[in-house]
Design a protein around this ligand. Structure first.
Ligand code: HEC
Length: 278
């Protein structure tokens, strides 16, 4: 079982690399499209009045972890950052409505979409960082971290909900797949204490990683992206995660089928899926 799973993960990473190679034509198209739109889409400065001070990532992670049982994933990450900022910076942080995004738990009210830890971290990053492109670079890096790291590695001094053994690589920022991989490896159901403990620790990890990014930006006056912004759109030719085979199996559809329409056949091709049978 164990061995199969790591093979599976290896296989989807490999097929991702092959796919992105094949997608070069699509990437060229996407970058033209994006470049054409860049005037409208470029960053702009915002000032929300929410200031930042260097924080201790371990402390922020621990607060996020401790909050999970009452607030769940999104608001727990927010609580980690906001409680510390209320203490260190004060101002509007003191009245920040931490539970206003509690609905984001379970990948948007239990729909299993984007993991709530990322929604929570993104909400706070967007408030702090005045350049919208830098905020996007950070959230993009956070999604990469979440998807490609064996988590949860956050280990509390005292387990608050349960003891757990497993860590997993989600391969995606999607709640359903991420949590499903953990359930399979730990052999527990969704409503188990073990699954809750895992998501609590994950909240700790994501809160810590967001703090590391914000600290880097604060210390250096800039943030160096670890990954290319809009990487997935450019490399894959479609808004995407990199785990194509998880959902499409071996028959990953080719976004190039919908590429530049220059001929009558091409136009026809674009109105109905050219592959038609993936
Ligand atoms: C979380 C699941 C999931 C992942 C991961 C995923 N897809 Fe999809 N994708 C879908 C579903 C569902 C559809 C809709 C298919 C349909 O209705 O026939 C779709 C549709 C598409 C389409 C347009 C329809 C078609 O058949 O041509 C393309 C192109 C595509 N995916 C490419 C990709 C690529 C490339 C990747 C990886 C970079 C990827 N997908 C990852 C679930 C996924």
């Amino acid at each position: 079982m164990e061995e199969n799973r790591s093979k599976e993960q290896g296989a989807s990473r490999r097929s991702f690399l092959t796919t992105s190679g094949k997608m070069l034509a699509g990437a060229a198209l996407a970058s033209t499209v994006l470049a054409g739109k860049s005037e409208k889409a470029q960053a702009y400065a915002i000032d929300t009045g929410y200031k930042y001070a260097l924080l201790d990532p371990q402390k922020v992670g621990q607060i996020a972890y401790e909050n999970y049982a009452k607030r769940w994933c999104a608001s727990s990450v927010i609580a980690g950052l906001v409680n510390e900022l209320a203490a260190k910076v004060g101002g509007p942080w003191k009245t920040y409505p931490i539970d206003a995004m509690r609905w984001a738990h379970g990948g948007f009210a239990g729909w299993g979409a984007l993991c709530g830890t990322l929604t929570g971290a993104g909400a706070v990053i967007g408030l702090i960082v005045p350049d919208t492109d830098i905020a996007e670079a950070m959230t993009n890096d956070l999604a990469f971290y979440y998807s490609s790291t064996e988590l949860p590695s956050f280990t509390p001094p005292k387990n608050l909900i349960a003891d757990i053994e497993s860590m997993t690589i989600a391969g995606t920022p999607v709640c359903h797949i991420s949590v499903g991989r953990f359930m399979k490896k730990e052999e527990v159901d969704f409503l188990s204490n073990e699954r809750a403990e895992r998501c609590a620790r994950l909240a700790g990890n994501i809160a810590m990683e967001a703090t590391n990014m914000l600290n880097e930006w604060k210390k250096n006056g800039k943030y160096t992206p670890k990954h290319k912004p809009l990487f997935n759109v450019l490399a894959n030719g479609i808004t995407s995660q990199n785990n194509c085979t998880d959902c499409h199996g071996d028959n990953v559809p080719n976004p190039g089928n919908y590429a530049t329409i220059t001929t009558a056949e091409g136009a026809e091709c674009a109105t109905k899926p050219a592959a038609g049978k993936h």
